[in-house]
Design a protein around this ligand. Structure first.
Ligand SMILES: NC(=O)c1ccc[n+]([C@@H]2O[C@H](COP(=O)([O-])OP(=O)(O)OC[C@H]3O[C@@H](n4cnc5c(N)ncnc54)[C@H](O)[C@@H]3O)[C@@H](O)[C@H]2O)c1
Length: 313
């Protein structure tokens, strides 16, 4: 089995490369390192692993037969996509188009890493896959949300009109080792602030909710979906919802930090609630998250303790 992982040098992509190699796949990681780093894949010295530096908004061809394409390439954290708005739109549009073209040429199965952000600032909670979302297309976050919505639309079009075997995973907030310490997402932000004794910055009053999935659970869900025969989008995430303020308190407790909580303005169009309805994943994939928040956080904190602070210097 030969698999391509675009965005394979990023946080999730590198864990997926690890997982596929363990499953016996030959893995080709394609990444332009715009937000990723080869540090995430330098431990992969298997002769079944290849890394190609390439921007997937430009076409790519392979002589050998490819069986599976996991398309994860895209800036993913708000700091990244707000700094890289055009690249984010291009990778969602042209990148997805190019990889679907490759899937068509190769007869490969294609999986799109979509996001809970397609639901925008949702008016229903939890969010089932049938919910169409509440996205501001012209707000600053629209570059990411709409890129992914377009990517879903073109994936379904290739499925319907060209008969390509496709999968769409809607990923909810995921955390774990190899997140960048300064990528601006709430988990690394709070952990780094707590570890360095700085104030913990909560946006708004902290009543907005999130649900956090540990990376190993997510990767298992992605793999099961790819190997299933289900074409419609499937939510993969942890339904254990908590407020951002509660989450800050958990981080302070686990790290034993003396940090204080301070409040700043909410970013524009920040979702007020976020919780996956995972009934479909349970029923179709027999999947549900296994790693408890405190266990996952301890592993992540250990990683940041070992590597994070050094990396930042
Ligand atoms: N981590 C999450 O909580 C989360 C939630 C929802 C969706 N996702 C999706 O999962 C995927 C991976 O996210 P992540 O958290 O690992 O982010 P990440 O930034 O760590 O990884 C993204 C990778 O894609 C690469 N990339 C970006 N544009 C590229 C291009 N044009 N050509 C080649 N490579 C390119 C980057 O260099 C990076 O290595 C993304 O598609 C993201 O939208 C992630």
């Amino acid at each position: 089995m030969k698999s391509i992982v675009t965005g394979g040098a990023g946080f999730l992509g590198s864990h997926l490369c690890d997982y596929l190699l363990e499953k016996g796949h030959e893995v080709i990681c394609v990444d332009n390192l715009i937000t990723g780093t080869t540090k995430n894949i330098e431990h992969l010295n298997s002769d079944r692993f290849t890394y190609i530096r390439h921007d997937v908004t430009k076409p790519i061809y392979f002589g050998d037969k490819i069986d599976y394409i996991f398309h994860l390439a895209s800036p993913a954290s708000p700091i990244d996509y707000l700094e890289l708005p055009i690249q984010t739109l291009k990778v969602g549009a042209l990148g997805t188009y190019n990889l679907l073209g490759l899937a068509k040429e190769q007869g490969a199965r294609f999986l799109l890493a979509s996001t809970s952000e397609v639901y925008g600032d949702p008016l229903v909670n939890p969010q089932p896959e049938t919910y169409w979302g509440n996205v501001n297309p012209i707000g600053p976050r629209g570059v990411y949300d709409e890129a992914k919505r377009y990517a879903e639309a073109i994936t379904m079009a290739y499925h319907r009109y060209h008969g390509i075997d496709t999968r769409i995973v809607r990923i909810f907030n995921t955390y774990g080792p190899r997140m960048r310490v300064n990528d601006g997402r709430v988990v690394p932000n709070f952990i780094m602030q707590a570890l360095s004794g700085e104030d913990i910055t909560v946006y708004g009053d902290g009543s907005q909710t999130r649900s956090f999935c540990y990376v190993s659970d997510l990767i298992e869900g992605i793999y099961r979906l790819m190997m299933s025969d289900f074409t419609d989008p499937v939510n993969i995430g942890n339904p254990a919802e908590m407020s951002v303020l509660e989450f800050a308190k958990v981080i302070i407790e686990i790290t034993g930090s003396k940090s204080k909580i301070v409040y700043e303005n909410l970013p524009v169009d920040d979702p007020k609630v976020r919780r996956p309805d995972i009934s479909k994943a349970k029923e179709l994939l027999g999947w549900e998250p296994k790693v408890e928040l405190r266990e996952g956080l301890s592993k992540t904190i250990e990683y940041f303790n070992d590597f994070g602070l050094l990396q930042q210097q």
